[in-house]
Design a protein around this ligand. Structure first.
Ligand SMILES: NC(=O)c1ccc[n+]([C@@H]2O[C@H](COP(=O)([O-])OP(=O)(O)OC[C@H]3O[C@@H](n4cnc5c(N)ncnc54)[C@H](OP(=O)(O)O)[C@@H]3O)[C@@H](O)[C@H]2O)c1
Length: 278
């Protein structure tokens, strides 16, 4: 079987996985075991594309979308048959069903913006508390069950940052690291491009245009990322896990709360480059 023929076909293009993790993943797929995935924040700008990616991926046999809202049926183009959706209340996690899900890979694209949240307390409630509490609830109590957690954080995430947004992301990462997942990966993108929202966010649009221009002028790949590339990269990292990432691509963050993996734009772009070039 040629490498090209085993790639998954997504709505965002054909994906041919690199050789180094092909065997393990194919074993999963061909033995019918497939991975199970949970996505939180699947109705968001980034999360909606990640959801499409994992639904289109043959590596995921079961996909669950839980959230305050869930994606409308007409927006699901492929993978409907493996999707389970549930409306949940982040203030009442005990009745959410997260504890019983036993997912292999958990994708968190949940978050708010400083424009949407009324104040810092509300921002922290969603950006940190909802994220960490839900991740804790979805963690299996079975020590034999290896689980992978991916969280969309942000570039410059740092618990000591003097900027509130980056401090919140840093603190959230650290709290997630403390939960003890077998593999925790923080994705740290910069400004999003290719964002489609029902309710426009002018400040986000301005920053996106600004950083796209700056990327063009400086040649830096770390300032701006198109959401389709980000979502593809997140899905690939979710399939591979830290141990299968090409060396030099990710950073290992060693913290008192635990050691985890972080990837910035450049890493995501490098990972997805081979895909895009086809
Ligand atoms: N925008 C950027 O340029 C940028 C750059 C770097 C990192 N990030 C980070 O990337 C992550 C995803 O960003 P995004 O722009 O895709 O987010 P988004 O479009 O605002 O989506 C956020 C998701 O979180 C859910 N959510 C928000 N507030 C909630 C609440 N109070 N209760 C329950 N669910 C709630 C939303 O659900 P509903 O559909 O129910 O509202 C949605 O599914 C965020 O953490 C963000 O900080 C963004």
């Amino acid at each position: 079987m040629s490498i090209g023929s085993v790639g998954s076909h997504s709505m965002l293009g054909t994906y041919d996985p690199p050789l180094f993790y092909l065997h393990e993943q194919l074993t999963h797929v061909h033995t019918g075991k497939g991975l199970s995935a949970l996505i939180l924040g699947g109705t968001g700008a980034a999360g909606s594309l990640v959801l499409q990616e994992i639904l289109a991926s043959p590596h995921f046999a079961r996909v669950s979308e839980y959230g305050r809202r869930i994606t409308a049926a007409e927006k699901i183009v492929v993978g409907k048959e493996k999707l389970e959706q549930k409306v949940m209340n982040y203030e009442d996690l005990e009745s959410s069903g997260l504890r019983d899900g036993k997912w292999d890979v958990i994708f968190i694209a949940l978050g708010t913006s400083s424009i949407t949240a009324k104040n810092r307390d509300e921002f922290t409630r969603v950006d940190k508390e909802y994220v960490v509490n839900a991740a804790r609830e979805a963690k299996s109590s079975d020590p034999e069950h290896r689980q992978r957690l991916l969280y969309i954080s942000a570039i410059y995430a740092n618990p000591s940052s003097y900027l509130f947004y980056f401090r919140s992301k840093g603190l959230t990462e650290r709290a997630l690291a403390q939960l003890g997942y077998d593999d925790f990966i923080a994705i740290r993108p910069a400004s999003f491009g290719g964002v489609h929202r029902e309710v426009k966010r002018p400040a986000e649009e301005f920053l996106s245009t600004f950083f796209r221009g700056l990327t063009f002028l400086t040649g830096s790949v770390n300032l701006h990322i198109h959401l389709s590339r980000l979502a593809m990269g997140i899905r690939m990292v979710g399939e591979m896990g830290s141990s299968e990432l090409p060396s030099g691509l990710a950073t290992s963050v060693v913290s008192p709360e635990g050691t985890y993996t972080a990837l910035i734009n450049g890493s995501i772009l490098a990972l997805t480059d081979s895909n895009e070039a086809r």
